[in-house]
Ligand binder design. Sequence first.
Ligand code: SF4
Length: 308
Amino acid sequence: MGAFVIMKMKMYPSYLNLSKKEFKKRIEKSFKLLENCRLCPRECGVERLRGELGFCGLKELPMISAYHPHFGEEKVLVGQFGSGTIFFTSCNLSCVFCQNYEISQLRIGKEVSFEELAKIMIELQEKGCHNINLVTPTPQVPQILKSLFLAREMGLKIPLVYNTNSYDSLETLKLLDGIIDIYMPDAKYSDNEIAKKYSKAPHYFEIMKKAIKEMYRQVGDLKIQKGIAIRGLLVRHLVLPNNLAGSPKIFEFLSREISENTFLNIMNQYHPYYKASEYPGLARKISKEEFEGAVVLAKNFNLKRLYF
Ligand code: SF4
């Protein structure tokens, strides 16, 4: 007699498929990382659950600065109703040219409860947003997971965008496997000394490369349906004056070690915000030639899905 095979249909977004047991395990593991904090590559070793502060200055509760449907992101995230963006307070980098320095470095924001953060996600979904766009999520992954668990119970069913500077640890990223559908990492620098000088980010290039490889392993190339990104990797690269971002090595890495089909946003909006004018190399906008040169280079590396 033939046996019936019951095929379980995969739901979308991915986090809907995670069993409660597995979800709780991930939350537990992530909070464990806050004891002697090693949530991100800085590995500050502070007891965040007891209120000790590391580089990011964050404790146990989520801390946010703003949230709203955002229409300034990439078209594939924005669609008709916007990307449901949550700006998390603080950052594990310290870029001298940060355009959001009030949020990232002055840390203007407020602590909210896990329930409040869950309700914010639901509110953005009710406004019609196509996704929940988590800006600078790295130092708050446990808080996000705990709130997402609650939001799922409340009916959240839109995908998450992990919008990161790529200073992420593999241990933390692995906890997000099967939860995040769209990874949006920055590829900021290919020179570690420059990364250290302008963003206080030792070993940035190696850390970024490992992180992006792991993200790609989880979600692959970006898939777009009816003009909206549904799953995959979307890389951002901000061109800096005087080639300080080291664009050629970034493009080479993406093309050879990730995929020639990487969806890559080459950004031209560098402006000497915050303390940038104190650094001669960063004290001006980029020229048309610098930007066009970067685009030509990316094409020469055979990167096929350029967005600018
Ligand atoms: S999350 Fe914050 S405290 Fe923890 S290692 Fe990173 S910067 Fe340090």
